[in-house]
Design a protein around this ligand. Structure first.
Ligand SMILES: Nc1ncnc2c1ncn2[C@@H]1O[C@H](COP(=O)(O)OP(=O)(O)OP(=O)(O)O)[C@@H](O)[C@H]1O
Length: 672
């Protein structure tokens, strides 16, 4: 594995290699070669020195030259600006010129090769500049030279007028520019995983990560469409070789710490059983029969995601969506259930998870949010942090290290994708191309960079050219040559078939099942992976644990150079804890309110009967003492219910104030 990065250093004119882009104003007019004139000495004019009138004339000439040069530069800039506008690239002419010069320098781009065999693959995809950005005269400041991504920060020198480029280079497994099609992105990211899922029964996960509006959904929907085709091509191949497999799909989202089935529009509960297995209670799984049906079901799920407008995207997906595609042995559910128990604690023979993460927002963009949106933002950032920490823990070996799965619902439900021995992950970091998003883009790239820190060869400052050389060397290393498409699975000699025959050959009668059940299903509830869970065994509701949130922040503090922990870290940790508690209090309040309504309804019914027993038209004989005593009891119950609800409400409102105070203490800019 190879990767390199430049952490903070600017690529100044001297570091940038052949083309100097740095600390020189692109537009600054050249001064005349000798702008200064030595003052003429007072006294007897020297025969050698110029007469004062001549010197003045020369100053005047120089000034005139400078004026002309300035006018010429101004004219050229105006012309360039007009041309840029015409070409759909408005924005700062000088910066764009410097970026253009940078891109024109002699460089070598590598060709993409498949990294399908890697446990974690990190890619970056840049989207094109959009119409809104063009209207705002924003401009493209990202250069993708696979596998590098270079971000040009356009800065002014202390003089306030001299412009220069500060370029940061990162290197990943793949970098895709704005002209790269979904087909190409798919080819080097998800496509190799399809083989892994079928041939090795693997757990493959593809994440799209990035700033809101950066192209995650665009990328993930492209991958869904291509994967739908390839999954059915594979199923057909296996069928032709005598192995009948089925495709099952579940699709859910995590929004604000809640889990929602996107196919059935139903709230789901996440639980952890006695074995530490995370279960999504009642998640619907549908059998898919064709590519068209798969596409349609994916589109249905995508359309139902929770969206809100953000600064960057009018239709921003504010939830993490998780589309799980399970490969199962064809046949009855009973055999399927039995196989699941035999094969592993996880039911599917192979599983592909396509995850479109909620977009991260800058602190500045969340300032005007109301509480719900603030909590939503905090929850998104916390879960993305937790995700990164889980990756890091795993990438650095995982053994012995605490993996903070429980710090968020997202990492809880993905536990299987991380810990399974046959797990592979692709992370696609989507980035906006524009200068106005440069700070966020740097954060996205750092996030992606740190996900796989172990394999970063150098922590120091790297010249982009040096990065390129390192990558060239890596690309030429054994095993990284361009891959040919793998052959179809050999009949009878593949691990999936082996797994299945092994399962079937074992004694199925030993497995738990319900003899009375004609359809072969156990009476216990069936969950996402078709696995069964005994409610008595459920030991923990899966609310994110405060300990794991603490562990998460402690891990982050450890990453700070020289244990450098600032108040910001503590405030952030505090905010995440308060938001977590607030979500729990909110749940408690809603539950308490619902109970109160139910109790009130029951008491109301009883009151009606009580009253009709003493004042009904046909009532002759009644027991007014019993009526009074019961009414007293009912009113006491009502008072108790109201007191309980009020207490809960007061607690919730206290938490709201705490959240407000915590949010004010945190400048929510980069959470990673
Ligand atoms: N590579 C691309 N080529 C062309 N258009 C793109 C590309 N990537 C994104 N877009 C367009 O940019 C807009 C925003 O993209 P998208 O909705 O995928 O962003 P997102 O990262 O999912 O945002 P959010 O996190 O807010 O949901 C969409 O109109 C999309 O069509």
């Amino acid at each position: 594995m190879w990767r390199a990065r430049e952490k903070t250093a600017a690529v100044s004119s001297s570091a940038a290699g052949p083309v100097s882009t740095g600390h020189v104003a692109a537009s600054a007019p050249r001064r005349a070669s000798n702008p200064r004139v030595t003052p003429t000495k007072i006294g007897k004019p020297s025969t050698k020195s110029k007469p004062t009138t001549q010197a003045i004339a020369e100053i005047e000439r120089n000034r005139e030259d400078r004026r002309k040069a300035m006018a010429q530069v101004k004219k050229e800039r105006e012309q360039e600006s007009l041309n840029n506008e015409r070409n759909g690239t408005p924005g700062d002419v000088d910066f764009q010129r410097m970026i253009k010069q940078f891109r024109e320098q002699d460089h070598q781009e590598l060709s993409h090769t498949s990294k399908g065999e890697m446990k974690i693959t990190i890619c970056v995809r840049k989207r094109p500049v959009n119409k809104r950005e063009i209207r705002n005269k924003d401009y493209d400041c990202i250069t993708c030279w696979h596998p590098k991504v270079i971000i040009h920060d356009c800065k002014l020198k202390v003089d306030g007028i001299t412009k220069y480029l500060d370029s940061n280079a990162f290197a990943f497994d793949h970098s895709f520019d704005e002209n790269t099609s979904n087909t190409t992105v798919y080819k080097y990211t998800a496509q190799p995983l399809i083989q892994f899922v079928f041939n090795e029964g693997g757990r493959a996960t593809v994440f799209a990560y990035g700033q809101t509006g950066s192209g995650k959904t665009f990328t993930m929907e492209g991958i869904q469409a291509q994967a739908a085709k390839d999954l059915f091509v594979e199923l057909d191949k296996w069928q032709q070789h005598g192995t009948s497999l089925e495709l099952w799909m579940s699709f859910f989202e995590i929004y604000g710490g809640q889990c929602q089935d996107l196919l059935r529009q139903k709230r789901l509960t996440i639980r952890e059983d006695g074995n530490g297995e995370v279960q999504i209670v009642d998640l619907d799984e549908v059998k898919i029969h064709s590519e068209a049906e798969l596409l349609q079901t994916m589109q249905r799920g995508n359309a139902l995601r929770t969206t809100h407008a953000t600064e960057m995207n009018d239709q921003s997906s504010r939830s993490h969506s998780i589309c799980q595609l399970h490969i199962r042995e064809a046949g009855s559910m009973k055999l399927h259930g039995a196989l699941l128990c035999l094969l592993s604690s996880n039911a599917a023979l192979g599983k592909l998870s396509l995850i479109d993460l909620a977009g991260s927002e800058r602190g500045a963009d969340t300032k005007s949010h109301n509480r719900q949106r603030r909590m939503e933002s905090s929850e998104i950032n916390k879960s993305l942090l937790a995700l990164k920490e889980c990756f890091r823990a795993l990438d650095s070996g995982g053994r012995g290290a605490h993996i903070p799965f429980r710090a968020s619902k997202l990492t809880q439900v993905l536990k299987d994708s991380f810990v399974n021995a046959k797990a592979r992950t692709v992370m696609i970091a989507a980035v906006s191309p524009c200068a106005s998003s440069a700070d966020h883009t740097i954060n996205t790239l750092r996030y992606a960079d740190r996900v796989k820190e172990k394999s970063v060869p150098d922590d120091g400052l790297l010249d982009p050219m040096l990065v390129k050389v390192k990558h060239l060397a890596a690309a030429q290393s054994p095993g990284s040559s361009p891959e040919k498409p793998p052959p179809p699975p050999p009949l009878g000699s593949n691990s999936l078939a082996d797994l299945m025959s092994e399962a079937v050959s074992r004694n199925l009668t030993d497995l738990p099942h319900d003899d009375d059940d004609d359809d072969g299903l156990d009476d216990l509830s069936t969950y996402s992976d078709g696995e069964h869970i005994d409610y008595d065994d459920v030991r923990r509701d899966s609310s994110a644990s405060q300990e794991d949130i603490k562990a998460l922040h402690s891990a982050l503090r450890n990453q700070a150079p020289d244990g450098d922990v600032d108040d910001e870290d503590h405030s952030l940790e505090e905010l995440h804890e308060v938001v977590q508690t607030l979500y729990e209090e909110q749940e408690n309040l809603l539950r308490c309110h619902m109970t109160a309504i139910q109790e009130s309804a029951e008491l109301l019914t009883e009151e009606g009967i009580l009253l009709s027993n003493v004042q009904g038209e046909t009532v002759v004989d009644y027991d007014i003492d019993h009526y009074a005593q019961r009414l007293d009891e009912i009113l006491a119950k009502k008072e108790a219910t109201i007191r309980r609800l009020r207490r809960q409400l007061a607690q919730f409102r206290r938490r709201c104030q705490e959240e407000e105070a915590a949010a004010q203490r945190v400048d929510q800019v980069p959470f990673y």
